[in-house]
Design a protein around this ligand. Structure first.
Ligand code: DX5
Ligand code: ZN
Length: 228
């Protein structure tokens, strides 16, 4: 079983002080930093691009988990790889099998990892199931893409469980990354369903003590694991 990983999402921090967001993740012992890239087309917000990722790369060696909520990932995959992303996640809604294969080749050529994300209402498509051996992280969104601070959509739980079964049955090493509204109160449920990478924006950066919030989430997740 893949280990628990905590991935704070800097979108929830002051976007004028992302250096501090990185420092908080580093001091809190986060496993990776989740970077939400939104283009104003795929989802109704515009965040930041490769230039910001590159600037943050100079400030830490922590794994960069870049979540591309963009319509045309093919045009930007190289730029985000060059900027220093370690895991590049693409949305299944804007891809098909051959489209993913092309992106995967670009990612692998740089020795990096590819992820696939699905919105709350999207089932993992057949072409993606057939390629899970190439997918390092299946990102199951539990809020609609666009903004931090939304409430987790609990109707997504059965899909997490189905994803977990699919991955175990196939013997794949794919992480199941849960993205949206993760808070100490729902960690138990998402881990019980099979989530192992927990993205948290408000659940870390919205807390009075964001550094400790990382271990709060980790402890809850480990506890849920032990109870299984
Ligand atoms: C939403 C993003 C999420 C979000 C997480 O479009 O993909 O990563 O920032 O933030 P919280 O944990 O506050 O929902
Ligand atoms: Zn995200």
């Amino acid at each position: 079983m893949n280990g628990i990983r905590i991935a704070p999402s800097i979108l929830a921090w002051d976007l004028g002080d992302l250096e501090r967001a990185v420092e908080i993740s580093v001091s809190g012992g986060a496993d990776q930093i989740h970077l939400d890239v939104i283009d104003g087309h795929f989802a109704p917000n515009i965040t930041f691009g490769p230039g910001t990722v590159k600037a943050l790369r100079r400030r830490t060696d922590l794994k960069f988990d870049t979540h591309l909520m963009i319509d045309n990932p093919g045009a930007y995959v190289g730029k985000f790889l060059d900027a220093g992303s370690d895991l590049l996640t693409f949305h299944a809604e804007v891809l098909d099998g051959p489209g993913f294969d092309e992106l995967y080749r670009a990612v692998k050529a740089k020795g990096k990892e590819a992820g696939l994300a699905v919105k709350p209402e999207t089932e993992v498509p057949r072409w993606a199931v057939d390629r899970l051996d190439k997918v390092s992280a299946l990102v199951v969104m539990t809020v609609s893409p666009g903004f931090s601070g939304q409430t987790m959509d609990m109707s997504v739980m059965p899909k997490i469980q189905r994803a977990k079964e699919m991955i175990s049955d196939g013997g794949f090493g794919t992480d199941i990354e849960i993205d949206g509204g993760v808070e100490p109160e729902n960690v138990r449920e998402v881990v019980r369903r099979g989530g192992n990478v927990l993205v948290a924006g408000a659940g870390v950066y919205g807390k009075d003590d964001p550094v400790s919030a990382i271990s709060v989430l980790r402890n809850k997740a480990e506890e849920a694991r032990r109870g299984q």
